[in-house]
Design a protein around this ligand. Structure first.
Ligand code: COA
Length: 568
């Protein structure tokens, strides 16, 4: 079928559905909503059988839904209506939720239901993590069923009224900042965390801190530190710890509220965002390897072992890796290499594996070219360490999506395991960059030169299954997001116990030595970085306009986007 996606943004769920529908041989075109004239022109030109809206914040125009069947993916169970469904579910601490695919009609979310699927909302997860995990799994199941029913013909969707309808109708309005507000003197940690998680990653919780207004992004419990409610107690790895009525929470990122007429603001690691406003508080580090029997401290990088398998877990907001993240992860990786293991699993958490260099931190730097350079060389150093690990097997375990340099970081490992449903974007073009992270070595090594060129030039999202078919990943784990870590750990245990593991390590070392003789890794790096250096230093390079737009969530400037396809 010919399916037109109508989206407010080509976001993670749209990308995943796009990739999965293409895998099923449907022809999919994406149209970003905004200009109704452009939408009508796209419909006339493309002539879709079906319009599908995986993530649409605005209404479908009446003449469009009258002429075409338009299916809306609503992140709530049948009968639920309103624009903040998932935010409210997380803020209310709901354990079971769902997704409904309904037909667009005059009243929002009130059309007949084509399909629905339920899903758990495990406690302790942020809204956007759930949206890319359990909710996305349910959304894909329901949307594919709806598409199948539509394609087969004859299916009569269930109207949300009448004798066949059993669900209560619940219309709830937009969740406003007043209803998200935290009362630091009265709210216990549990309530504070629910509010922070319901607003993470967007829109954040609007709050006052150190005499200014900020959106708080992300929240993790702190087991030990205590202080006057509302006070900042400590910093850790760029996050700040703030006391609640009965405990404390870690807040990794902040965004300053835009002042009237002032510049647009964007999210940054909390310590960077506060800058000189930050009072003198201690940097309280968490041990890389947690101590037995103690409540786990929140940390963005952690290491543990199970027999001959080491697990280096890391989790950075939005999958973005700043210079500091890369250097700390490299230190942790070197620590892991000092341990007596034969298999090292990199990643393994829920949600993003990595999305490459941290575009927001770069955007906030006084010298953009210098920070871009520092970040790319720091991530290259990390990737080089993985590529040159020859005394054990390294597995990259992708519980969630990866893009650009984040995919190339995974490809540096010996095996890449991916959760079914993860979406990979193995390209840099949309950010106007040539790319580094030794991609010119590791991408063709895995998929061949022709496929590497296709992936980087077409710059399309790739589903886990498609990535497996072309050799980009070795194993697809069909499990729920919550089960990915344990499943990967079990498989890593089997790998370490296999009788061939030492032979594989020896073969890997020989292959690396042969590759190094054929062309040293340093030569790949040098060539990639020569192009990157030019792109960083040239203020007219599309990268700068594209990055500036990306961090401010503005559409990519047309000129820069068109130019970057001709770069290099
Ligand atoms: N630097 C900073 N922030 C990043 C980031 C990066 N490299 N990659 C993703 N993010 C942030 C996004 O701004 C977004 O923030 P929000 O949740 O506050 O809105 C969040 O991570 C999730 O990303 P989003 O774009 O909403 O996810 P998506 O699934 O819709 O799209 C990508 C995924 C990877 C296609 C898109 O995020 C992207 O193009 N990232 C940049 C990749 C890149 O070019 N990296 C640099 C070269 S190595």
């Amino acid at each position: 079928m010919r399916i037109l996606f109508l989206v407010s943004a080509f976001n993670s769920l749209s990308q995943r559905l796009h990739a999965e529908l293409r895998d099923l041989r449907h022809t999919v075109e994406v149209h970003v909503a905004g200009d109704e004239g452009a939408l009508r022109a796209a419909l006339d030109r493309f002539g879709p059988d079906l319009v599908l809206a995986p993530m649409l914040k605005s209404a479908v125009p009446e003449d469009v839904w009258s002429a075409y069947t338009c299916l809306i993916v609503h992140p709530g169970p049948p009968g639920d209506r309103g624009p903040s469904s998932l935010d409210r579910a997380v803020q209310d601490g709901v354990a079971e939720w769902g997704v409904t695919v309904l037909q667009a009609e005059r009243e929002m979310d009130a059309g007949p239901v084509w399909a629905s699927a339920s899903c758990p909302l495990p406690p302790g997860c942020a809204k956007s993590d759930l949206y890319r995990g359990e909710v996305a799994d349910a959304a894909v199941a329901a949307a594919l069923l709806a598409v199948e029913r539509f394609a087969a013909g004859g299916y009569r969707p269930q109207p949300q009224h009448g004798p066949g309808w059993r669900e209560p109708i619940r219309t709830r309005p937009y969740l406003r900042q007043e209803q998200r507000r935290i009362d630091w003197s009265a709210d216990p940690t549990e309530a504070v965390l629910r509010r922070l998680r319901a607003a993470d990653s967007q829109p954040g919780v609007l709050d006052e801190l150190l005499g200014a207004e900020w959106y708080l992004h992300g929240g993790h419990p702190e087991p030990e530190l205590r202080g006057r409610p509302g006070a900042l107690l400590a910093t850790r790895s760029g996050a700040v710890c703030r006391a609640t009525a009965d405990g404390a929470v870690w807040i990794p990122e902040l965004r300053r509220r835009r002042t009237p007429g002032g510049p647009e603001t964007f999210k940054l690691p909390a310590v960077t965002a506060l800058g000189a406003l930050l009072p003198r508080v201690p940097e309280v580090l968490a041990p890389l390897m947690g101590a037995e029997g103690r409540a786990p401290a929140w940390t963005d990088i952690g290491y543990r072992e199970e027999g001959p398998v080491g697990f280096l877990r890391f989790s950075f907001p939005g999958g973005a890796m700043s210079t500091d993240h890369c250097r700390r992860l490299l230190d942790a990786y070197r620590f892991a290499l000092g341990r007596p293991t034969s298999v090292l699993v990199l990643g393994g958490g829920r949600d993003f594996f990595s999305n490459g260099i941290h575009l927001n931190v770069i955007e906030a730097a006084a010298d953009l070219a210098r920070e871009s350079w520092a970040n790319i060389t720091a991530i290259d150093d990390l990737v080089a360490e993985v590529l040159t690990t020859t005394d054990r097997l390294v597995v990259a375990a992708l519980g969630g999506n990866a893009a650009a340099g984040g995919v190339m970081l995974a490809l540096a490992a010996d095996e890449v395991w991916c959760r079914q449903g993860a979406v990979l974007n193995p390209h840099y073009r949309l950010m106007g960059l040539y790319g580094s992270e030794y991609w010119t070595y590791s991408l063709p090594r895995r998929v061949g030169a022709a496929e590497a060129e296709r992936l980087t030039e077409r710059a399309q999202p790739v589903s886990a299954e498609a990535a497996h078919r072309i050799g980009l990943v070795d194993r697809v784990l069909a499990c729920a997001p919550a089960d990915f870590g344990p499943t990967a750990a079990h498989l890593a245990g089997l790998l370490a116990a296999s009788p061939t593991v030492q032979d594989r390590i020896a073969a890997k070392k020989a292959a690396r030595d042969a590759d190094e003789r054929a062309r040293p890794l340093a030569a790949y790096r040098e060539e990639e970085l020569a192009v990157m250096r030019r792109q960083f230093r040239d203020p007219a390079a599309p990268y700068h306009a594209l990055r500036a737009a990306f961090v401010r969530k503005r559409p990519a400037p047309a000129g820069a986007a068109a130019l970057c396809s001709g770069e290099h």
